[in-house]
Ligand binder design. Structure first.
Ligand code: NAD
Length: 334
């Protein structure tokens, strides 16, 4: 089995090479993203392995299928970037890694919340410059404040458990209630009520046509003055222009992003010697109360190991005609 692995960094190779000791597949690592322009690199590879910012759109999938690819193996949970209807029409099998470490993302989420609330990012810079003043660093106790969690699946559930440890009141909004969470006092409420009552709002639902720009002007209008908004899910959940307006009016008191709508042009690359052309992103970086990490919430040893092992196990299931539990359900073809 020949597998083309796109968007790879040295750390991907390290974990995939280790997991591949079990399978001995013929892995070829490409640094480039999978796009319409690079798809022909996968000629003759039955399996193509991709990550969050690859671009398996209709034309890319056509090129892959024409050149012999049968399996698209996502080494991530979200599959919002894949043209699923096209994959179905081309009879491609799509697999993913639904859960590699909800702890990694949930813990990072709290890292962002604590940093923003106590201004640790600013304090760190000040102390390094010999400025030991506290003005501007005032935070609040998390204890007894209210956090609103949108999406209480694998990651949202761990976020709720951590929040519970801090003594936060927890409101949740999801299409399905999680009984383990109601048992620890999480209160499911309509979205509007969550937006109105939460001091901190954190997003953990997938990006779908329904959830695109879930946080827009209207949603922000409903929020508490000075709300903290955290997105470690997918950039498209937030209308970035609306959020910038909210930051300028000070309705939003703090913003943490690990994901960004246009991240595919920026994230995972060292662009420190280049001029960033994305003016919206650059505007975000000018606010003292905005904290951005470049899609690193998943990035722990445990998660990387699980991602590599599960991806190769998924491929192995399909290769051996076994039922793969991580197959993405494709729409029916007409
Ligand atoms: P999950 O499928 O276990 O849970 C998602 C939850 O969202 C489910 O309970 C679902 O019912 C709910 N949901 C779906 N649509 C909703 C909507 N419109 N409003 C409210 N709730 C809705 O997924 P998960 O493993 O918890 O992951 C959540 C998201 O986190 C993923 O979709 C992915 O985009 C993102 N993610 C980010 C990183 C990162 O590194 N930043 C890593 C992994 C996952």
């Amino acid at each position: 089995m020949k597998i083309a692995v796109f968007s790879t960094k040295p750390y991907d190779r390290q974990f995939f090479d280790a997991a591949n000791q079990t399978y001995n597949y013929d892995l070829t690592f490409f640094e480039t993203k999978l796009t319409q322009q690079t798809a022909s690199l996968a000629q003759g590879f039955t399996t193509v392995c991709i990550f969050v910012n690859d671009e398996p759109d209709d034309i890319t999938l056509e090129i892959l299928a024409r050149n012999g690819t049968r399996i698209l193996a996502l080494r991530c949970a979200g599959f919002n970037n894949v043209d699923l209807a096209k994959a179905a029409a081309l009879d491609l099998q799509v697999v993913r890694v639904p859960a590699y470490s909800p702890y990694a993302v949930a813990e990072h989420t709290f890292g962002l919340i604590l940093t923003l609330n106590r201004k640790i990012h600013r304090a760190h810079n000040r102390v390094r410059e010999g400025n030991f003043a506290l003005e501007g660093l005032l935070g609040y106790d998390l204890h007894n404040r209210t956090i609103g969690i949108i999406g209480t699946g694998r990651i949202g559930q761990i976020v709720a458990q951590i929040a519970n440890g801090f003594g936060l009141e927890i409101l949740a909004y999801d299409l399905h209630e999680n009984a383990d969470l109601t048992a620890i006092g999480v209160k499911y409420v309509p979205l509007d009520q969550l937006l109105t009552q939460s001091h901190i709002i954190t997003l953990h639902c997938p990006l779908t046509p329904d959830s695109h720009h879930l946080i827009d002007d209207a949603a922000i209008t409903n929020m508490k003055q000075g709300v903290m908004l955290v997105n470690t899910s997918r950039g498209g959940l937030i209308d970035t222009q609306a959020v910038i307006k909210g930051l300028k009016s000070e309705k939003i008191g703090a913003l943490a992003l690990d994901v960004y709508e246009q991240e595919s042009d920026l994230f995972f690359e060292d662009l420190s010697d280049r001029i960033i052309q994305d003016d919206i992103f650059q505007r975000l970086t000018t606010f003292p109360n905005v904290l951005i990490t470049a899609h690193q919430a998943f990035f722990t040893e445990d998660a990387m190991q699980n991602i590599a092992e599960t991806t190769l196990a998924n491929i192995n299931d399909l290769d051996n005609d076994r039922i793969c539990p991580n197959l993405v359900q494709l729409p029916a073809t007409s």
